[in-house]
Design a protein. Sequence first.
Length: 325
Amino acid sequence: MWLLSVFLPFLRLYLCGLKVLIFQLFNRSFTLPVLPKLNGRVAIVTGGTRGMGFETARHLASLGMHVVIAGNEEEESRAAVRKIEEEGSEGKAEFVLLDLTSLMSVREFVQRFRARGLPLHVLVNNAGTMLVPERRTEDGFELHFGLNYLGHFLLTNLLLDMLKQSGRHGCCSRIVTMSSATHYEGVLDMDDLHRRRCYSSHGAYCQSKLALVLFTYCLQERLIAGGFPVTANAVDPGMVDTALYNNLWAPALAMKKQVAKLLFRSPAEGASTAIFAAAACEMEGVGGCYLYNGDKTQSVDVSYDTVLQAELWKKSCELVGLNEA
């Protein structure tokens, strides 16, 4: 039973990755259309110091946005800001400390941002970790679930009123959340979300990415019900050549190094769909989508289960200390 609980998620994740690589072998990466200038608008990008997060922050700044790079590595974050500034972007980039493994840090980040008196038009939930050995966050949550999902769940909810106030009908604020094809292999165990019974880093990662899709759909329905000018979409970047893959199974990591240049997307290519969701005219007023390679795509069947969405939302509110309403 233990072997099955560990080996099955491992096998399913690598088969999922193989399917994605085959798709990428025969299909070109999505090319961004010409995007409108967004001068005066403000975005927050979590994990914006490197990889896809940096490419997203860089592109939004080039469109004239004021981009807040939210991360927990100060030196790397300040280097990312300097690089964007040196490129002569029309917008502005700055760094603000945020550690998504700490609910206190999330709350402090939001307090600091609120104190600035800035509007908020775009929130890109990009930061994440993948396949790390068993670890817990500061608050005792399994690391993948805590960082990838719960930290972003709390951050989004605490910023939601600002997004609502900054948007207007015909010019909605936008929430873009980075998921993954691995969500198709995710199993959400509501009785053991923190994987205490039997830990599998592969299963934990897939679960966190499924939770993000469920959250996005539930959030969009709440926004529609309230008539708020905010949209929420989930994005699948494909397999991208970033540091996220450093924790792969050793033989797979060795193989990845050989095939990455041929089959993996570059960070800029991986970020393209998130940028599209955050800025494209085609996505104005469009929410509740799972976007892959620039197209609306069906996510896994269970992600449309409204009962499960509501159950996860309620449980997540309890875990992070929010009122459910």
